[in-house]
Ligand binder design. Sequence first.
Ligand code: SF4
Length: 354
Amino acid sequence: MTDSTFSTAVLKWFEQHGRKDLPWQQKINPYRVWVSEIMLQQTQVSTVMDYFKRFMQAFPSVQDLAQASEDEVLHLWTGLGYYTRARNLHKASKIIVENYAGEFPRSVEELSALPGIGRSTAGAIASISMGIRAPILDGNVKRVLTRYKAIKGYPGTTQNTQKLWLLAEQLTPNQQVNHYTQAMMDLGATLCTRSKPSCLLCPIQQGCQAHLLGTPTAFPEPKPRKALPQRERLMLLVADQANQLLLYKRPSTGLWGGLWSFPEFEDRPQLDSFLQQHKLTIKNQTQLSPISHTFSHFQLHLEPWLFRTSQQQHGIAEGDWVWYNLADAPKLGLAAPVKKLLKTATQRLNLGDI
Ligand code: SF4
């Protein structure tokens, strides 16, 4: 298969079988493509659909996003995970408005200089919304190309990454790049899936080395694994007499940056001195079921404790602290485990368990 027969076959397949009804494929513009691309990183299309619609309703343009507060943006991102994506989206929107008068720059170099936009996302924005010839190499496309050329080893090594970008560049056609980009993403997402590739339906099977070898799922090879470090923390859920729970805003960098969370402690003496320092007198306490959460670089084990204070009035509900009432929840960004714990704790409090 030559490079041009490859792209012709892919485009023809897209015409007949590609996805054309996704929300971000309507009213295409750089802003909508950008938001969808960022949401789709590490997240399934089915999950992204509703988040995308809500996000577009709240912030229909890059100007609206730039004017929003970080809390509003993180609130709409709650549950999607990888919150750095949302913070970067927000930061980049301000740069686009301030430095580019609200118009997206029209080169891959300038686009990839914006926070959170890598070369592949820049390529997708440029090709899909501006018709500029620019290759992409997201997870799906990486899998297709690794199989197409039966590339050995983990695709994330420097050598393989270079090889794959070169290949992506060579295969990208001069015409219909918007459809080609979309087609390559669709091919990876719908046909050349991780564990069950449908090679018989695939438009590039004639030239696909992994298929010809009869071992498509042997590619791409997995990342060599290292054991993840473990981290244990006590989490303090302190409720006042009105069943409001104390949350604080985490620093904008680091784990769950900028999201609201329960205070965490390495050990019980640390937790007790926090209560003392803030003059929180505890009436009752109970332990909730532990929660474990895996991050890319470590595993977090949380031991949540629900405490009831005897106070009605308390002095730390200012600045980065808030007494959160689930029945009348303010619009704040919450990490998924925190959201889950809020529900459990509120149920226990309403039942009068504590
Ligand atoms: S022939 Fe099979 S392995 Fe090769 S790209 Fe198509 S679906 Fe993937």
